[in-house]
Design a protein around this ligand. Structure first.
Ligand code: SF4
Length: 663
């Protein structure tokens, strides 16, 4: 199965109507009832460990555990160990063990990896013997971040209260299921972790806990996993150093893609709900915008404050190590502290002063008091642009550029060896471009670190439908009988059954493919190519992909062609697709690679037998090229700042890994 197809199916998995019982996307509002403490970084750290103990193939949770205290593996080494695991076709835990023998992993990173492996082995060994709540309490103690000691008394109390509430969940579980094992608690708590809904739908091969299965499913149905809102603390995939030199694998293929589409309905979720309520209470839009902007600033302040504490602990922990760039770490720490001062000054600026003016004022003072290195770090920081954007809701977000929200650690070494390079440019697909534009950090997780993901039920289902159509046309199929025989074949190979949810999905596939066959007969256009590949260049970048189907409309040398992409997701309207890049890129590919002077484009929503044309010229070739160049420039410059929003994050597979997830 081509990687691009997997990517497409990841985008398709948003279809709520096709969600499995364990695969619903919880709304941010539901999450609130689960407790805001689940958004706290230290709580999510423990949940990540619970997820990886319950499922050692949960790479997103493993990456969080590796990046956060007490391991804190740097991003370059993270990328490298994932690379080792992929090349040896090992799961990440086994890949980590293999990486400790790799000459490309420096001793300090080996020591951190070994720390993870020891911790993992000790807890995995206890899963079936330890009392569940005691094992969790031990895990909480072992993961306690060094930064905890630096917290102000009130913050330390909140920190402890969050972890205490998590432990109370464990005690409740034990009271309800006194004979349950720690493994079953791990599985149960894994269902409250961010992104748990998607993973429950994945074919992990991990059976539900026997004692607690009914409870777990019940919670899945009532909004169990951590969802809305940004994480209360910074952190995430940090990393200060590492040894460059190993060439990354070229190309974006191979890894399953990142998340689904960001949604099209504007901001949904808790914030939008709150805004609606305020409107209903008669608060004017302008006042609402001001409140939102101030709230964003307060959020930024909170995140920065926590990040400064994390950075101080992280840098402090490294000062004793024999390294050559300690001064760089210290300068980053100082710059972080000064940024914290800046946000504080912005929050307390005189009434009537604009944020931009306040920032300009404080920048002048800060820059006069720092070293040249600190000045450079401050001047290249995108924080100001992020704050201004936060204060101007609705302002357009550049693709990873100046306008991107940015609160992630920056004292990181280059990931250049891991970028999907091709020549002097990049290998890019439509999915890559979409992912980067929806959130550059998600692109980094998926295409640079290449954190492996398991497919959800809906993704597997979409792949089966694509496979059937591909094989049917490749064999020049004519009959419905052949179509349905191919469905049976692909269905079985994909590991689907005939009962329960699988049976329901099979019925949908049968009905959809039967309708597809009938429509194919009735077409006045003529399908001429299927799964046609393209390769072309935009500037230094290599664009590649394949188009599901190309129909010729009419006869003669000047006949037009229609580029069709199959979707198994919920249909979108042409208006919702106006910003879509995929088909515009295909049109450019048809012109550049296949020399088709003009083409139309459409999405064909197979399950609804609905073709939605996307108007030709919605994006002209020049604007598509500009987008490609802009995205390529952002990736090459390693601008991977997150652009969180409830809608984008709700469909992201990396919420447990991400430090600023808002869903
Ligand atoms: S959770 Fe949100 S902010 Fe984080 S990587 Fe995913 S889309 Fe980006």
């Amino acid at each position: 199965m081509p990687a691009a197809r997997v990517d497409d199916e990841r985008e398709d998995h948003a279809r709520a109507g096709h969600a499995s019982p364990g695969e619903r996307h919880e709304s941010p509002g539901e999450h609130e009832s689960s407790g805001a403490f689940l958004r706290r970084a230290e709580v999510r750290d423990v949940l990540a460990w619970m997820r990886l103990l319950a499922d050692p193939h949960d790479a997103a949770a493993i990456v969080r555990a590796l990046a956060r205290p007490p391991i804190e593996l740097h991003q370059v080494e993270l990328a490298r160990v994932i690379q080792v695991a992929r090349r040896r076709k090992l799961g990440l835990v086994l890949g980590l063990a293999a990486a400790t023998e790799s000459p490309h992993i420096p001793p300090e990173a080996r020591e951190r990896i070994q720390r993870f492996l020891d911790l993992h082995a000790s807890f995995a060994g206890e899963l079936d013997v330890a009392a569940p709540d005691e094992l969790l309490a031990t895990l909480v103690r072992r993961l306690r971040a060094p930064a905890r000691a630096l917290l102000a008394a009130r913050d330390a109390a909140e920190h402890d209260a969050g972890l205490e509430r998590l432990q109370e969940l464990a005690r409740e579980f034990v009271r309800e299921f006194p004979r349950a094992s720690a493994r079953e608690l791990a599985r149960h708590l894994a269902t409250v972790a961010p992104g748990a809904g998607e993973r429950r739908g994945a074919n992990t091969g991990t059976p539900a806990p026997t004692t607690a299965s009914s409870r777990s499913e019940g919670q899945a149905g009532t909004g169990g996993h951590a969802g809305a809102g940004s994480e209360a603390r910074g952190g995430g995939v940090a990393g200060a150093d590492g040894v460059a030199g190993v060439s990354g694998e070229a190309g974006a293929g191979g890894v399953a893609g990142a998340g689904g589409e960001a949604g099209t309905g504007g901001e949904t979720g808790a914030r939008a709900d709150a805004a609606d309520g305020e409107r209903a209470n008669g608060v004017g839009d302008e006042a609402l915008d001001d409140q939102t902007a101030e709230r964003e600033l307060h959020d930024a302040f909170q995140l920065l404050r926590e990040e400064v504490l994390d950075a101080v602990a992280r840098i402090g922990g490294r000062l004793g190590e024999l390294r050559l760039d300690t001064d760089l770490d210290i300068s980053h720490g100082v710059a972080r502290y000064l940024e914290l001062l800046k946000v504080s000054a912005a929050l307390q600026r005189p009434a009537g002063q604009s944020l931009a003016d306040a920032l300009a004022d404080v920048n002048t003072r800060l820059l006069a008091a720092v070293t040249p290195l600190q000045r450079e770090i401050l001047q290249t920081s995108p924080l100001d642009a992020a704050l201004v954007r936060a204060a101007e809701p609705g302002a357009p977000v550049a693709a990873g550029g100046e306008g991107a929200s940015t609160l992630t650690p920056r004292e990181q070494r280059s990931l250049t060896p891991f970028l999907p390079r091709r020549g002097t440019g990049l290998a890019l697909s439509a999915s890559d471009i979409h992912t980067y534009r929806s959130c550059p950090l998600r692109y980094k997780f998926a295409r640079v670190l290449r954190i492996p993901l398991e497919q959800t039920v809906n993704q597997r289902f979409g792949i089966v439908v694509h496979q059937v159509l591909e094989r049917y046309h490749r064999e020049d199929g004519q009959t419905l009988e052949l179509m349905l025989r191919l469905l049976e074949d692909c269905w079985r190979r994909a590991g689907f059954g005939r009962d329960g949810l699988d049976g329901d999905l099979r019925e949908k596939a049968l009905a959809a493919l039967t309708r597809y066959h009938a429509r194919l007969r009735a077409h006045d256009s003529k399908p001429v190519w299927f799964e046609r590949q393209f390769h072309f260049r935009v500037g230094p970048h290599h664009l590649r992909g394949r188009v599901d189907r190309v129909d010729r409309l009419g006869d003669g040398a000047d006949a037009e062609y229609e580029l069709i992409d199959y979707k198994t997701s919920r249909p979108k309207t042409a208006e919702q697709l106006h910003a879509d890049i995929q088909l515009s890129l295909y049109a450019l590919a048809a012109r550049e690679d296949w020399r088709l002077a003009s083409s139309r484009q459409a999405y064909y929503y197979v399950l609804d037998d609905l073709k939605v044309p996307v108007a030709a010229g919605a994006r002209d070739a020049r604007s598509v090229e500009e987008i490609v160049l802009e995205v390529g420039e952002g990736i090459l410059a390693e601008r991977f700042d997150p652009t969180p929003s409830p809608a984008t994050c709700a469909m992201c597979d990396y919420r447990i890994t991400c430090p600023v997830a808002r869903a």
